[in-house]
Design a protein around this ligand. Sequence first.
Ligand SMILES: [Fe+2]
Ligand SMILES: [Fe+2]
Length: 245
Amino acid sequence: MKRIEYIYESDTHKWMAITRDPSKLDHIIDTNEFLIINSDNKGLLLDPGGLEIFPIVFSSISRDFSPDDITHIFSSHQDPDIISSISLWLEVNPSIKCYISWLWTTFLPHFGGDDTTYIPVPDEGMEINHGNVNLSLVPAHYLHSSGNFHLYDKKAKIFFSGDIGAALLPKGQSDLFVRDFESHIKMAEKFHKRWMGSERAKKKWCERVMELDIEMLCPQHGSIYTGKNVRKFLEWFYALEIGYA
Ligand SMILES: [Fe+2]
Ligand SMILES: [Fe+2]
């Protein structure tokens, strides 16, 4: 079973982090899922993961929230560890809508769904409302997918950064939050060098994200950066030479 923790709670909404499965098999990369629950008790699930881990994600969420009430999915990009579970989520709720870059809307139906399932996000990003919660979909193209978005919650000051900020943690290392930045970032370096291919896109993304007020930067793999570690991460990434490993 995965751990579930609330990383933000207010009168309008809350964020559930679904992380760390001690029973996960070694040949599958570990992932974090996040669920935004609005005051109408409707869920928006961020990067729900692959079909292989669907049962564990579903049952972990079910301990505290009815998965039938997940009405929307946000998919940062098209990778199997991000969104290959979509067909199983559509069996839970056939009317689920999934935000994804317009670039991928004719590719994702290979995983499942029909012509009403996917909401194309334009290259410049967009504002969305999940009930009373306003969220921004922020462009992150070429980092690493050619059609790639992150999600910013201005009120909660949470930035969901998909594969950016990802770290491959050793087995048994289960910290939800980054504790020691210097040792943590060593586990992120190779990943970023190999998976992030565009220096120009990286600099533009860093400059844009440095403008935002962020308390927590939540990647899809590894631990969450909080407080000063958010800025440290952005400065580290800005300076990192990428495109090789
Ligand atoms: Fe990816
Ligand atoms: Fe990933």
